[in-house]
Write a protein that binds this ligand. Structure first.
Ligand code: G3P
Length: 220
């Protein structure tokens, strides 16, 4: 499973990259705003800065909600750097834009997927990735993992090339559950990724090893 980090924070992206397990980055307008990235030039430069840190795909979301606007913005984003993936919302105009970019071999990430039907449409339009928001479904007492299961079942039947990018991942168990289902990619915060490192028996075991080493080497 590929690990993407879901942030526009350069320090966190660098930290994840240094771990050696990072495969890409996803951003969205809220994450950009959180980092205070405003104004067209600043935004475009920020995407370039992210691409300079990581080796893999970097999702950059369009703001337009009409076909022409999405195409214009998406082409500009794609021309920034070969790692840019144009992130497009799952709406009617977005579906048309995904088809357009797919025919031009420009990678897309169809975002705000909350149903199997939406995932089916995005795959038929030729999306490179689809982003089902599992955390936001869990937030409203629906099951994010159930949706992932449904999409996997459908995609397996028809051998779509579209990759399932589990988004709105909030914690370690989301990551484990995605891996158990064979999800292609997950995107989550740095805390969820580094949370996988933690085990109290690792910490206590290491403490004992180091204490024993110190004792047996005392005086040497
Ligand atoms: O990038 C989209 C998605 O991952 C958002 O996550 O936590 O705001 O639901 P969240």
């Amino acid at each position: 499973m590929k690990f993407f980090i879901d942030t526009a924070n350069l320090a966190q992206i660098e930290e994840a990259q240094k771990l050696g397990i990072l495969d890409g980055v996803t951003t969205n307008p809220s994450l950009m705003a959180k980092e205070g990235i405003v104004g067209k030039e600043t935004v475009l430069n920020h995407y370039k800065a992210i691409c300079d840190i990581v080796d893999g795909d970097v999702s950059a979301e369009v703001i337009a909600v009409d076909f022409d606007g999405m195409v214009k913005e998406g082409e500009e984003l794609a021309s920034l750097h070969p790692q840019i993936v144009v992130k497009i919302p799952m709406i009617k105009e977005g579906l048309k834009a995904i088809k357009y970019f797919s025919e031009k071999n420009i990678k897309t990430n169809c975002t705000l997927i909350f149903s199997a039907g939406q995932a089916l449409l995005a795959a038929k339009a030729g999306a490179t990735y689809i982003s089902p928001f599992i955390g936001r479904l869990d937030d409203i007492s629906s099951s994010g993992m159930h949706l992932i299961n449904e999409i996997k079942e459908i995609y397996n039947h028809y051998k779509f090339d579209t990759q399932i990018l589990a988004a709105s991942v909030r914690h370690t168990m989301h990551i484990i559950e995605c891996a158990k289902l064979g999800v292609d990619v997950m995107t989550g915060p740095l805390s969820a990724i580094t949370g996988l490192l933690k085990h109290p028996l690792t910490d206590s075991g290491l403490k004992t090893f180091l204490e024993d080493h110190k004792k047996s080497n005392a005086g040497n």
